[in-house]
Write a protein that binds this ligand. Structure first.
Ligand code: CA
Length: 225
């Protein structure tokens, strides 16, 4: 079982890591929101413990971007026992919360429950034409052909597929998949799209990723004329 702790206070992070490791978990700690998000997107964790007050990106922003592509259970830590904070966290896709300060045994109990529950089932399979994306097992196939994607390509495809039929601008894609504003350098998105196309479209007669000139990209099964 792997846990990611996103917490900027070194003492708290170290204390939680030690406690969870002693309870048999393998633990990574990120000290700010952007680093935490990157790890959460690229690695497979069973549970993420997410502090809300963080430098670079707060916990809400991390949760929002993470939920575009990942269903990993998130336990968020809020400093205030404030109803609006809790509601906001749960609405953004958090699974449970703890109010600081809390007893370690309580955190451990919540983590255990979330780890047992696993990721929610509802978003398991995304389909676009004959393309199938098994979100939880991170497997992609077109018809009978299995397709291997890098984690970044998988995130990009998943984003497009969750919003199928909706045109996403290069800037939108950059901000979700890379969590960055590229401004002028949207070439990064073009390169990534080209690589993804090479894997999911080039060898197939029906192309799924469409370029909308001057706007961006959309994944959809186009009606044939
Ligand atoms: Ca904090």
């Amino acid at each position: 079982m792997r846990i990611l702790i996103i917490e900027d206070e070194p003492k708290t992070g170290a204390y939680l890591k030690k406690g969870l490791e002693e309870s048999g978990y393998s633990v990574d700690v990120a000290n700010d929101g952007a680093d935490g998000l990157l790890l959460a997107q690229e690695q497979d964790y069973d549970v993420i413990v997410l502090d809300v007050m963080l430098p670079t990106m707060d916990g809400w922003a991390v949760l929002k971007v993470l939920r575009a592509t990942r269903t990993t259970p998130v336990l968020f830590l809020t400093a205030r026992d404030d109803v609006s904070d809790r509601v906001r966290g749960l609405e953004l896709g958090g699974d449970d919360y703890l109010v600081k300060p809390f007893a370690f045994v309580e955190l451990l109990a919540r983590v255990r429950t979330l780890a047992r529950r696993g990721p929610p089932r509802e978003s398991e399979l995304l389909k676009v034409g004959d393309l199938e994306i098994d979100v939880n097992r991170r497997r992609v196939r077109r018809g009978n052909t299995r397709i291997d994607l890098t984690p970044r390509e998988f995130s990009l495809l998943q984003l497009l597929a969750r919003r199928q039929g909706e045109v996403l601008s290069r800037t939108q894609i950059a901000s979700y998949v890379w969590d960055m504003n590229f401004d002028s350098d949207t070439n990064v998105v073009e390169v990534a799209i080209r690589r993804l196309r090479a894997k999911i479209d080039d060898d197939f007669p029906v192309k799924l990723i469409q370029t909308v000139r001057g706007v961006g990209y959309v994944i959809e099964l186009k009606e044939t004329d």
